[in-house]
Design a protein around this ligand. Sequence first.
Ligand code: NAP
Ligand code: HSE
Length: 378
Amino acid sequence: MSRAPLRVAVLGAGTVGREVVRAFLERPRSLRTSDGAPLELAGVAVRDLAKAAAGGMPAELLSDGPAHLVADPKIDVVVELMGGGEPARTLIAAALAAGKDVVTANKHVIAHHGEALEAAARASGAQLRFEAAVGGGIPVLGPLALDLAANRVEAIRGIVNGTTNFILTAMAERGLAYAEVLAAAQAAGYAEADPTGDVEGADAVNKLVILARLAFGVWLEPGEVSVSTARTDGSAGLSGITGVTGADVAAAKEAGFVLKLIASAARVAGDDRGAQVAAAVRTTAVPGESPLGRTNGVLNRIEIDAEPVGRVAFSGPGAGGGATASAVLGDLLAVARDLGSTWAGRPPAIRGTVVAPPVEPAFAGPSGARYPILEAAS
Ligand code: NAP
Ligand code: HSE
């Protein structure tokens, strides 16, 4: 029996949204499944209508009223790709409350409001999917929720921000200055509209909170996850990669390390419910010849230690329009097939608490920063 088409509104046609819209226009066959509803693009919301039309977005579908699209009874599915906190959160919540399925790449909103949005989706029966919020084009939340569902996850760690990895790689391999490389990451569409969250670590924290939801069944408070690098004199360190100097990068290389922004979360021993998680996002000295050490440029890599599977790793492009649109479109096809929310059959999450990870041996850079050393076995 053929199913009625699902009418899709895409909110935002920037780096990611425009690639999603292009798939509808240029590759409609890739959006068909044998057992799901057909998907029909019915509206695209932007702020600047003229700019979007000049950039190839279909003028007849453009609107500068995302709330009107969400409220339109003809819209079945909302794809939120505007970014930021508001109005994105309100629009997602309104869509879910109205029983409309939502696909989003917005890690900020999911990390900060995931508990309430999960409750709203469960209450209305709408599907809420956010694979693109972690690791760009890398499938990792789906495998965590589905393929690894019979495991007990002990720990997760990885490189989850493409912008900072792109910057650190260019500093290490080409001796470029921090500011020069940040501009290139922005031009490539990797950085957030406000890149402060990338370089200070907040974006990686958001992704770690979302990973912890799938891995440990808890929602963590993003503000409880430390992003600062300790200093040899005991003073407060700078956030994320903002304190990393060219001299630190060169000295680390000399000692066989590369500096990487590593997000880590581990189940605290003895806490069977996983309610306590040792989590942090820190610039870390990683052995240069390890898989994480060799993860360069915009690539991300996420390693998961679980029982009984052991260690599994996911790597690939962590940012960029095409890669991220791949994850968004995969979620849209899952919605069309009624596969449910990203947490799949997992029970509702509980609220978790963050504790600081144990103190590890550190590499002291010339700037006075103490970079924790990642165990060589990784
Ligand atoms: P972007 O390039 O800044 O695009 C944002 C789009 O949303 C623009 O079309 C903008 O319209 C529109 N918009 C913003 N606020 C709006 C409002 N109030 N009303 C109507 N339209 C509005 O952002 P992006 O890089 O595509 O990122 C989108 C989302 O994906 C974010 O949540 C981001 O964190 C996430 N994400 C991005 C990447 C990546 O590599 N870029 C990867 C993974 C996840 P105007 O252009 O007219 O202002
Ligand atoms: N700004 C983000 C990054 C986009 O650089 O990783 C992908 O989430």
